[in-house]
Write a protein that binds this ligand. Sequence first.
Ligand code: ARG
Length: 471
Amino acid sequence: MTDQKKPDQTTASEKPWGGRFSEPTDAFVEKFTASVGFDQRLYHHDIEGSIAHATMLAEVGVLTAQERDRIVAGLREVKADIEAGRFEWSVSLEDVHMNVEARLTDRIGVTGKKLHTGRSRNDQVATDIRLYLRDEIDVIAEELKRLQSGLLDLAEREADTIMPGFTHLQTAQPVTFGHHLMAWYEMLARDAERLQDCRKRVNVMPLGAAALAGTTYPIDRTLTARLLGFDRPTENSLDSVSDRDFAIEFCSFAALLMTHLSRFSEELVLWTSAQFDFIDLPDRFCTGSSIMPQKKNPDVPELVRGKTGRVNGHLISLLTLMKSQPLAYNKDNQEDKEPLFDTVDTVKGCLKAYADMIPAIRAKADNMRAAAKRGFSTATDLADYLVKKGVPFRDAHEIVGKSVAFGVAEGRDLSEMTLDELRQFSDVIGEDVFDVLTLEGSVQARDHLGGTAPNQVRAAVARARKRLRLV
Ligand code: ARG
């Protein structure tokens, strides 16, 4: 062999797969094909997977108990080295898997070379990502629950606070702020369900599929799955090393969650503006302007809204990555990691920001109330009042429309008109009309499951707390 060794480059024969190669990998190609720069974050799960694999190999008699013990102890040392910063990742060893394995062999000698018996990097990497994602799902689920719980506390606190409800961003009917917040809660509750549903399909073990067809060793996949906390082994070896649909599902959960957070953000941004002035966001969640001294900008919600773009993009990346791949493993799949990792990081960051920020929101109840009084928000209540007095709904609609036109001309709300003024439009109107024209009367009247009445908000919060198991 006449391999000329350049710095940071192994000879072909030093590569774990170098046997059939007669020249070193091109320096650029080595960097271009390496994933260690980003997949090193899988080291912990890679090592856990290897420990379980070695344990299973010893159980079925492929390794001796002594070999297993050396491998397991060696892997624990490699992990300690990585965590203590005593590990130099080598690009020429391509990925996390070969870096860890090479270090194991450095540490324990020839026994280290037996670890890869009966497996391939193809089933190894698929296993690692699933283990990684399962852990991250559990962290995300907890953070989501913290946000949900903060939202329930805020909704309960604001159960009686009245604000305008909107359709088309035009004043529609009065609602309680607590009810509005519980709408947000419902979106998040569905996200949490989707996450748990996705977890079921993540928590299945591909290890044992080997490169694509399975292996000739008498492996016990059920045992390995149990050791790693998987619900079961996968059913088909080709599918196991190939599909990344579980990661796509996670990104799809993430895109919907971010879409919801983005909608909340849009409302928070509007509500903190001088024009709405519905809420106060504490200074610690805002930043200023380098030129305009008066500015207090709602950066956190704005940034969450903005970050929705990259998460939606990652979903499209993974779908596109998968769409034309023939069975089974293809190197394309190495491109699954960066979008997935960034999705996980982004979602965790946004959830943390939101879980910290939501309990700190202060409603400006007087401003909300004043806004609800503008825009004839109780017009539907007047129509319903007329219907209850025997007027057909379409006629009632017409009568109220005329009353509103009168109010617009006079610059007065329906509740600010006299009884005689209202009676110009219908003589069934009596003194009791003023009970339904108040904002409180309007929200209290919507007193049924899913309605905006303060009682219903409190009941919805109590039910949600039970579902979240906070009581
Ligand atoms: N770094 C690779 C990946 O992320 C590991 C699997 C490589 N397998 C192979 N046959 N080249 O997908």
